[in-house]
Each structure stands twice: as structure tokens, then as C-alpha cells.
Write a protein that binds this ligand. Structure first.
Ligand SMILES: [Zn+2]
Ligand SMILES: [Zn+2]
Ligand SMILES: [Zn+2]
Length: 280
């Protein structure tokens, strides 16, 4: 598999739209890896993770043919991951050619939100509700949905994705993994699954870890690093596994170079927009 990072920022982007804090000013000056669109990814040019607000900007910046996308995994329905108008632009009148049909999987509340957009046939869209801890096929991929610790009213998910012998884990918009999520991961390990690439969020950056009984819906750098290391301890990583942090916020995440230093002790690298990862 090849995973392409379309975006690596938290909800308001980095630099944020209307912010001139120290991080945002420095990021505008630095450009390059310090300009982050909202988090999303494209696998093998055909499987999209999250139909978010920066999809068009990503397509322009990275010269993508998104009409070729056939499958979508939607993590949850927050507005930094799901934009209704993207679906409208799949309809005739907005597109002069016929895009590939989409099969989109997400939790029941996510599917209900997209169903409400209407005209699914015209949007060339099949929706499938999946439950946390369900393993299902999506085209050539085998996917396991995992429960995220986030806004629990909307049943947020993240995903373990396999194709042939290669596997990756994509985890953002989650605090510390739930015990049942670790159980499901242990089950994958028992089945012989080893991730060659892992992306875990580090939204709240240098902010202190929340109390154990108030774990919060995002992770800081320390938690991100600990989760990467714990995956290794549980035998879930390949020998050469590539480990990334993603979904960075301007409030608490420093610029790319400083973030790389803070993540280095954990063997983790900050992802950046346009990063391509070959997954063995
Ligand atoms: Zn988010
Ligand atoms: Zn800012
Ligand atoms: Zn969210």
C-alpha cells in the first residue's frame, strides 16, 4: 500500500484561519511542512480517509485525480473531516465526467449524517454502517473499525487497514485507546497482523496529559509516543514500521522541526502534507 497524507492539522488548520499566535506567525513565515491542511489521507489513489473541507485544496496542491477514488472510510462527522458540498460536486452538472461509484463506510451516526444530504444515487454513493470492532471487506482491503475516545455522541471510529500482507493503522480524533480497543488490536496481533505504518494523533502537543479518569478526546505528544511504543510491545509492528504523528493543533504543537525533536525519543516522526509512505 501507499498512503499519501492530504492534511495533518487539527480542526482550524495550521496556521489557523484567523490566528496570529506565535506558532501561526512562525508557520506562515516558514511555509513548507509548517503549512498543514485538515487531516485526511489517500491510499493507493483509490481509498480516501475522510471527505473533509480541504479536499479540493489537497487535489490542487498534490495534482490528484479524485474521480478515481472508489472507497471511503469516514472516521466521524466533525466538520474538519466531513464537508457536505464535496458530495454535491459528484453530481452531474458539477462534474462533466462520471466519477467512480463510491462505497463509503462509517459509524451509524456518520452514515445518518451523510444520508441526510439526499440524492445518494445522483452522488454515485453507497453507504454502509459499520460497528466498532467489526472487520469487513472494502474492495481489495480488509478493514477493522476501532472505537475512538472522542465525541461519543457520534460514535467515532478509527481504522486498521490491510491489503495482502501489508497493514497500517490510522488513528486520529481519539484520546487514549479504550481497553476494548486494545483487546481488538491484541486479537489482530494474534491473527498475525503487523503494521508497517502507524499514524497516531498528537493534537494537544505539549499540553500536559489529562488525568486518567478524564482522558479527553485527543492525545498530547507523550501519549502519542506511548501508544506507538505500546503497539510495539504488543507485537503489532513490523521490524521496519514507520511511525507518525498527525492532526496537529497550532495551540500546543510547535513547528515541524521542534516537533520532530520532541517525538524523536519515541521513534516517531511528524507527518506533513504531501508525505507519501510506502507500506510493506
Ligand atoms: Zn479532527
Ligand atoms: Zn495560532
Ligand atoms: Zn473530531
Amino acid at each position: 500500500m501507499e498512503l499519501l497524507y492530504l492534511g495533518t492539522a487539527a480542526a482550524e488548520g495550521y496556521p489557523a484561519l484567523f490566528c496570529s499566535c506565535d506558532h501561526c506567525r512562525a508557520a506562515r513565515e516558514a511555509g513548507g511542512r509548517d503549512l498543514r491542511r485538515r487531516t485526511a489521507a489517500l491510499i493507493d489513489g483509490e481509498l480516501l480517509i475522510d471527505v473533509g473541507p480541504d479536499l479540493l485544496a489537497s487535489a490542487h496542491a498534490l495534482n490528484l485525480r479524485l474521480d478515481r477514488v472508489r472507497w471511503v472510510l469516514q472516521t466521524h462527522s466533525h466538520s474538519d473531516h466531513l464537508l457536505e458540498s464535496n458530495f454535491n460536486f459528484r453530481e452531474q452538472g458539477f462534474t462533466g465526467t462520471t466519477p467512480e461509484w463510491w462505497e463509503l463506510c462509517g459509524s451509524r451516526p456518520t452514515i445518518d449524517a451523510i444520508t441526510a444530504y439526499g440524492r445518494l444515487e445522483q452522488k454515485r454513493l453507497t453507504l454502509r454502517a459499520v460497528a466498532a470492532f467489526e472487520t469487513f471487506s472494502l474492495g481489495p482491503y480488509t478493514v477493522t473499525a476501532l472505537r475512538a475516545r472522542h465525541d461519543m455522541r457520534i460514535d467515532p471510529l478509527f481504522y486498521a487497514i490491510r491489503r495482502g500482507a501489508s497493514a497500517l493503522l490510522w488513528a486520529n480524533d481519539t484520546g487514549a485507546f479504550f481497553p476494548e480497543t486494545w483487546q481488538a488490536l491484541d486479537q489482530l496481533a494474534a491473527e498475525g497482523v503487523r503494521f508497517g505504518m502507524v499514524g497516531i494523533e498528537a493534537t494537544v502537543g505539549t499540553q500536559p496529559a489529562p488525568d486518567a479518569d478524564q482522558p479527553g478526546g485527543h492525545m498530547n505528544i507523550e501519549q502519542c509516543g506511548w501508544h506507538h511504543q505500546e503497539l510495539g510491545r504488543r507485537g503489532l509492528l513490523t521490524a521496519g514500521a514507520q511511525r507518525f504523528a498527525q492532526h496537529m493543533s497550532h495551540h500546543k504543537s510547535p513547528l515541524h522541526a521542534e516537533l520532530a525533536e520532541l517525538l524523536r525519543p519515541y521513534g516517531v516522526t511528524p507527518a506533513y502534507d504531501g508525505l507519501r509512505v510506502s507500506v510493506d
